[in-house]
Design a protein around this ligand. Structure first.
Ligand code: KIV
Length: 272
């Protein structure tokens, strides 16, 4: 697969073309304009304003407390930082389950007020009719199956899915249902690599994996994980490409000691 960055704004058509040309889709989460701009400049194709912002930005233990207002606020910021990547807003817990009308109204807020290019929602067959309504109304939808972080309370944790034959069959059926409903792509989270290959071969829409092995059409990671900013736990599926939390602590401690020792501000930082 080529790592060359294509210059055009990424939309649904470009993602399809990338898959047809066997170019990997590279996706990360971002929650603010500066980080989104850096990810965009680095050539990332898709930026998800994930409800993982509950943990990475807001200090919650799970994604459950994240609200429409939170995602809207951060989506607007990300959109201001991005010129090329597709921006996907994550629909928070219980904002697409109460009724299809609520799902439509809430998705519209992210597109109209937030400026997002698409929305993501969790679930397979159970949400496929909602996905279909959204798609018919013109909302590009990214599906998400496998580990569903919004089900952490009912599942009692985050468990790899599809390890049993019945589990694998259910995920295949979920993936088909989301594709048939018209989603432009699907996130596969926390499933055996062999099953991701099977699903990716079966589906025509792009699969974007997180903890789903190398056999997907693309990969997504939480930016704060790969940058070494989020230290509460390190998921097995992540790889740290930097140790920014350590760097930040060191830089701030250095600044502190300079101020305490009277070294900062110096001549250079003083107006004449
Ligand atoms: O919220 C999020 O960051 C996500 C990714 C894990 C796909 O849904």
């Amino acid at each position: 697969m080529s790592s060359q960055v294509q210059p055009e704004k990424i939309g649904v058509k470009e993602l399809r073309k990338m898959v047809a040309e066997k170019r990997a889709i590279v996706a990360v989460t971002a929650y603010d304009a500066l980080m989104a701009r850096m990810a965009d400049e680095a050539g990332v194709d898709l930026i998800l304003v994930g409800d993982s912002l509950g943990m990475t930005m807001l200090g919650y233990k799970t994604t459950i407390p994240v609200t429409m207002r939170d995602i809207l606020h951060h989506t607007s910021a990300v959109v201001r930082g991005v010129t090329r990547a597709m921006v996907v807003a994550d629909m928070p817990f219980m904002t697409y389950h109460t009724s299809q009308e609520d799902a439509m109204r809430n998705a519209a807020v992210f597109l109209q007020e937030g400026g997002a290019d698409a929305v993501k929602l969790e679930g397979g067959q159970a949400v496929s009719q909602t996905v279909e309504r959204l798609v018919v109304a013109g909302v590009p939808v990214l599906g998400h199956i496998g580990i569903l972080p919004q089900s952490v309370l009912s599942e009692g944790g985050y468990h790899v899915q599809g390890r049993t034959p019945e589990g694998a069959l259910k995920l295949l059926a979920d993936a088909r249902a989301i594709q048939d409903a018209g989603a432009f792509g699907i996130v596969l989270e926390g499933l055996p690599g062999t099953l991701s290959v099977e699903i990716s071969e079966e589906l025509e829409i792009p699969t974007i994996g997180i903890g789903a092995g190398p056999g997907c059409d693309g990969q997504i990671q939480v930016l704060h994980d790969i940058l070494g900013l989020f230290e509460d736990f390190v998921p097995k599926h992540t790889k740290r490409y930097a140790e920014l939390a350590t760097d930040i602590r060191q830089a701030v401690a250095h600044y502190r000691s300079d101020v305490c020792d009277g070294v900062f501000p110096g001549e250079e930082q003083t107006f004449k």
